[in-house]
Ligand binder design. Sequence first.
Ligand code: SF4
Ligand code: SF4
Ligand code: FES
Length: 362
Amino acid sequence: MSESKLAQKAGPNSSIVLRIFRGDTNGGREQRFEVPSIEGMVVLDAVHYVQAHFANDLACRWNCKAARCGSCSAEINGRPRLMCKTRVDEFDNEDIHVGPMRAFPLIKDLVTDVSWNYEVNKQIPGFTPAPSEPVPYKMLPEDTERVYEYRKCIECFLCQDVCHVLRNHDDKSAYYGPRYMVRIAALEMHPLDTRKRTGLLHGKAGIGMCNITKCCQEVCPEHIKITDNAIIPLKERTASDVYDPVVRIARKINPFRGVAATAALEEARPSQATGPQRFSVRDVVRLKTRGRRLARVGSVLPDRRLEVWVLQMNGTVQHWDGPKVVRTSDVASNYGPLDDVGIGAKLVEQYITEDHEAQHNG
Ligand code: SF4
Ligand code: SF4
Ligand code: FES
C-alpha cells in the first residue's frame, strides 16, 4: 500500500504493534515495531511498512499479495497462515507476533528453506496414462470435478508446517507430509492415470504415520479437505492393496499383475500398468460400457472378478441394480471408497436410500 494512501486512511492515533522474529541459524529474538493501522491492512502490508521505515534488512518472502503464490507463509500468533491473507484488524488490540515456519530450517528472519518439499515431490511418479489413451485426453465433467480440489494447492506448505509428524521430528524421512498426500491423491484418483502408488504410500511416503488429527486441513488457505478427501481414501486404498489376503495371494502368483505392486516393482515395470486394478468393497467404479455407467463394488471374488451394483438412471429416478459379475478389465476408472468419494456420496445422498437398495437386494 502506498504511503499517500496510508497517510490518508490511517486514523490519527491508530497503530498496531508487531513483534517480528529477527535472526538466523545462530539464533534470534522478537523485535517490537509500531506501525500505523489502516483500513483493510494485512500483516504483509505491516511487514512491508517495517521494511520501508525501520528495518530495511528484514527478510521476508512474498510475490503475489493475493493468496495465489504461496510464498508469504509464516506463523502469526502461533498459527501457520499466509501474511497477505491475514487482516490486522482481526487481532483487535493484541500485539501481532510474526515468525517463520518452524517445521523448516531457518535462513533469515521470516524466510525458511523449504527445498526439502521439492525433493519429496521428485520422488512421486508423475501422471501415467495408458499408452493407448487417445490424445487429446477426454474426461467427463464429473471426473474433472473430482480432481479439481487437489489441483487448487498453491504449495504454501502451511499444512506441512502444522503437521506434528514433520514438525516434531528433525528427521523428515518418515513421512512425505499432507501436501504430498494431496498430490498423490490427484494422481491416484485421476481417471486416466494407470500407475499404482500404494506401494510408495505404504513405504517411503509413510502414510501410516498420519493419525488423522486434521490440523493440516484446518490451516489450508485453499480449503482443501486434506484428510477427508485425500489422506483417508489413500489410506483405505493402501490398506486393501497391502493387507487384503486375496490381493496378497494374487500378488504372490503374479507380482507384476497384482493389485499392490511395491514401490520397487512399480519402478521396475512401469510399462506394465494396464488400468485400474485396485478394488475393495464399497468402491465406486466406472464401467467400460456404453455411457460408462457407475457401479459400486459389492464383493471382490477369489478369481478377482467383481460383484457390482450398477447405477441405473431413468430420468431423475435412479437406483442400484444387481448384483452383476464383471471382470476388472471391464472397469475404466476407480473413484475410491463410496463414503469418501464426492460423486458416489452425492448420488447416495440425493437419490438412494438403504431401503431402496434392500428392495433390490431382496
Ligand atoms: S492429519 Fe495427518 S497429515 Fe494432517 S496434520 Fe495430522 S498427522 Fe499430519
Ligand atoms: S494443501 Fe493447502 S495448506 Fe497444503 S500446501 Fe497446498 S494449499 Fe498449502
Ligand atoms: S504473497 Fe502470494 S500468497 Fe501471499
